[in-house]
Design a protein around this ligand. Structure first.
Ligand code: PGA
Length: 257
């Protein structure tokens, strides 16, 4: 973290878990534990069907609600899809774009991510753009080639003004839901190189203000060490965001001096 230049953001990603009533109960439990979030922003990205209940439950707290995906078109014949307008009207502030599960199971590409990032920004939603390499790519030593392409294509046409609103989440695919975390050095190294890439695209001033999260089996035990890396400005947390004490412990770690 480097709080002088950028915000620390701890975001949960509930994935396909929790009904509206279960989500409400979880947020209510979290609220009692998150009273002292001085330094970091807290976001919960929840299933579409939970958004309304989550926004209501989070009212009066520091928790902002996000979505896990959205369509890039404004409206039209896209059966089963959800638009930025629909999310905004419900009080959504953030939206995850290009999570590796969406890329893997739902054929999302860097090009669709680019359209979604632009639509989110045009509609005042903050995109959390996910990038990351597979195990095979890491072993073939092409991690940064893969990630640089993901970042550069997804941010095509995003202006220096707009980039301030974008959050990048570095999520090595081999660390997601596997219990296998990147070492803090691995996470710190890739996040620093993502910032180098952003510096090339947007200049030093803009690059140093961008929040870059790490995601992949971040938990109550390893969060402090990961967040101690200067270029790791927060976390995108799956499994551990489904348990209030674990998520609150990660937020605590982000609030340490
Ligand atoms: P995990 O998921 O924390 O369960 O590994 C992270 C993510 O997919 O965003």
């Amino acid at each position: 973290m480097n709080r002088r230049y950028r915000k620390t953001i701890i975001a949960g990603n509930w994935k396909m878990n929790k009904t509206p009533s279960e989500g409400k109960a979880l947020i209510e439990e979290m609220k009692t534990m998150l009273s002292k979030t001085k330094w970091c922003e807290v976001v919960l990205c929840v299933p579409f069907t939970d958004i309304q209940a989550a926004v209501k439950a989070a009212k009066g707290s520091k928790i902002a609600i996000g979505a896990e995906n959205m369509h890039f078109e404004k409206s039209g014949a896209f059966t089963g899809e959800i638009s930025a307008d629909m999310l905004k009207e419900l009080g959504v502030k953030y939206v995850i774009i290009g999570h590796s599960e969406r890329r893997q199971y739902f054929n999302e590409t860097d090009e669709t991510c680019n359209k979604k990032v632009k639509t989110a920004l045009e509609n005042g939603l903050r995109p959390i753009l996910c990038v990351g390499e597979s195990l095979a790519e890491r072993e073939q030593d092409v991690t940064m080639e893969v990630i640089r392409k993901q970042v550069k294509v997804a941010l095509q046409g995003v202006t220096v003004e707009e980039i301030k609103k974008v959050v990048i989440a570095y999520e090595p695919i081999w660390a997601i839901g596997t219990g296998k975390t990147a070492t803090s050095e691995q996470a710190g190294e890739v996040c620093a190189k993502i910032r180098d890439c952003l510096r090339e695209l947007y200049g030093a001033r803009a690059a140093r203000a961008i929040t870059i999260q790490y995601g992949g089996s971040m938990n109550a035990k390893n969060a402090a060490e990961l967040l101690a890396q200067p270029d790791v400005d927060g976390g995108l947390i799956g499994g551990a965001s489904l348990k209030a004490p674990d998520f609150a412990a990660i937020v605590d770690a982000a609030n340490q001096n």
